[in-house]
Ligand binder design. Structure first.
Ligand SMILES: *Cc1c(COP(=O)(O)O)cnc(C)c1O
Length: 368
């Protein structure tokens, strides 16, 4: 039998029959959007599931990032990591702010707090770190710097659904955390996103921003846009939540299998998981100079074998045309991020991935 093609991720879905009652309710009530019953229920259930105080749902993670920046009334410069999905820097630019790139810490691949202070100017108003691959940033070190300089902290937590560090949900750190529920993420509503906040007053403002700035029929005191999540997406979220614990367990089995089988392969480094509760969203490896072939040669071998691994995050954001001319984007200033971007490969990981497929992937890596 010919080997099946394998992709880096495959969205998990419950049986269609389980979704039909939700659809029936939407058809019966004709409540399609604008804080309908499924929307309100999903916000409540997510707060409980994630152990956070308040959540505001969005149409996707990118508009949620833009709304978060707007809610905190930021101006000037925002310090961020170049080693992320492009939406991180785009959300800053789209908000009329300037991203300032700071290098990553080579073990965790997260923003290096020890390099943040040197990038702060009198225009800096916030830091936007990313919990890359769902591995928590050094939230305490970042908060110390933010407090010292009076900066806001918005976490791009698109990878960090239901991740806990030593003091509970990683999503309770900073001023706001932003989730993505895109099809490729651990928890998905096809498209979707959310802002997590610990302050109900800010949630109220965020809810207005995502609904054109409308407070009530007569009052529209500020500019807003349409960032709302529809009832269809909210219903999908409610259904997915019922299966998520199982799915994350299946991811964990795959993660452990990779770790065991890749141990000791010369030139291949896996990222250590230090957190109390992980979500196994990604399985990145770093292909170093000690490995017999280059990262891109290995990528090509995978492709030829029908295994579609991904180079997240390559190209590096700071090397892309909209950003490469910024002073802080210089390659020499970002050696760790540039090196990670040139070495990283994300291996397939999703609940349906079979152990014999994991073995096939590992065998290809070991046979070079
Ligand atoms: C997926 C992702 C986003 C964007 O989320 P969307 O829901 O696709 O708009 C932002 N930042 C990071 C790090 C992501 O991985």
């Amino acid at each position: 039998m010919k080997n099946q093609e394998i992709f880096v991720t495959k969205p998990s879905l419950p049986p269609l029959s389980e979704f039909l009652p939700y659809l029936q309710k939407i058809w019966d009530t004709r409540l399609l959007t604008n804080q309908g019953p499924f929307h309100e229920q999903l916000e409540k259930e997510l707060c409980i599931y994630l152990g956070v105080k308040a959540i505001s749902l969005f149409a996707n993670g990118t508009v949620a990032l833009v709304a978060a920046l707007q809610a905190l009334r930021l101006t000037g410069e925002v310090i961020t990591t170049p080693f992320s999905f492009v939406a991180t820097a785009h959300s800053i630019s789209l908000s009329g702010l300037k991203p300032v790139f700071v290098d990553i810490e080579p073990n965790t691949l997260n923003l290096d707090p020890s390099q943040v202070e040197a990038a702060i100017t009198d225009k800096t108003t916030a830091i936007m770190p990313v919990h890359c691959y769902g591995h928590p940033c050094d939230v305490e070190a970042i908060q110390l710097i933010a407090d010292k300089y009076g900066l806001k902290v918005i976490y791009d937590a698109a990878h960090a659904f239901d991740v806990e560090c030593h003091c509970g949900s990683v999503l309770t750190h900073g001023d706001l955390s932003v989730l993505s529920f895109h099809a490729t993420k651990v928890f998905n509503t096809f498209e979707g996103g959310a802002i997590v906040c610990e302050d109900l007053e800010i949630k109220k403002q965020i809810d207005q921003i995502k609904n054109f700035g409308i407070v009530n029929e007569l009052e529209i005191p500020a500019v807003g846009f349409n960032g709302k999540m529809s009832e269809l997406n909210a219903a999908l979220g409610l259904l997915q939540l019922k299966h998520l614990k199982n799915w994350v367990e299946q991811r964990k089995t795959i993660d452990q299998c990779y770790r065991a089988k890749l141990a000791g392969v010369p030139g291949i480094r896996v990222i250590k998981i230090a957190e109390q509760k992980a979500n196994y969203a990604y399985f990145p490896i770093l292909v170093s100079a000690d490995y017999p072939i280059t990262r891109d040669a290995l990528y090509k071998k995978f492709k030829d074998a029908g295994i579609h691994v991904r180079r997240y995050f390559y190209p590096l954001i700071s090397n892309l045309p909209p950003y490469q001319k910024i002073q802080s984007a210089k390659k020499l200033e970002l050696p760790n991020a540039n090196s990670a971007s040139e070495q990283v490969l994300c291996l397939p990981i999703y609940p349906d991935l079979q152990i014999n497929e994991v073995e096939r992937i590992v065998a290809l890596i070991r046979s070079q």
